[in-house]
Design a protein around this ligand. Structure first.
Ligand code: HEC
Length: 145
């Protein structure tokens, strides 16, 4: 099996290591910042509404009423109102074999948190709770809530 060896002189190598360490540290800091982010209800609702209009409205409709027999209503949904973990899970992972696709890779953690919060509070759902990026991240990592 051919092996490619990238030869660097020691000074180059040291510079490269330092550059990598800086890059990784910056990425980790950005991740920590995102996970510590505590977005206000107001910000989550406005971002969430925008995400809903862009990605969800075609099926679940502007009223949240869905299309009976085809697309379930978000308004008054028992899953949304009573099972927060299942609610986050269906948005992140979808429901394979149905038209409800996984949005975990399509949307950012912030957008996911926002659209979940939005649908928990719009259309008279009024759960009063927020879902943050860290809550979505935990489900994405398979840790549940
Ligand atoms: C292409 C159509 C389509 C789109 C777009 C879509 N959904 Fe769905 N959604 C469905 C279908 C179909 C189901 C039912 C899946 C099943 O049988 O479990 C569903 C189920 C759900 C449920 C569970 C409702 C319940 O009571 O079981 C929620 C919550 C939900 N969708 C939210 C969203 C959100 C938020 C978006 C946008 C990010 C979205 N959906 C985009 C078709 C869609």
């Amino acid at each position: 099996m051919p092996i490619v060896v990238i030869a660097k002189d020691p000074a180059d190598y040291q510079a490269w290591i330092e550059q990598e360490e800086t890059r990784i540290a910056a990425a980790k800091a950005a991740e920590r910042e995102l996970l510590a982010m505590n977005m206000s209800m107001e910000e989550l609702m406005s971002t969430g509404e925008r995400v809903y209009q862009g990605w969800c409205v075609a099926c679940h409709q502007a009223t949240g009423g869905g299309l009976p027999g085809i697309f379930p209503a978000i308004k008054g949904s028992q899953l949304v109102l009573t099972d927060r973990a299942a609610h986050i899970d269906i948005i992140v992972n979808g429901n394979p074999g149905t038209a409800m696709q996984a949005f975990g890779r399509q949307l950012s953690l912030k957008e996911l948190a926002a659209v979940i919060t939005y649908t928990r509070n719009a259309f008279d759902n009024n759960t009063g709770d927020t879902v943050q990026a860290a809550d979505v991240f935990a489900v994405q990592q398979g840790k549940g809530e």
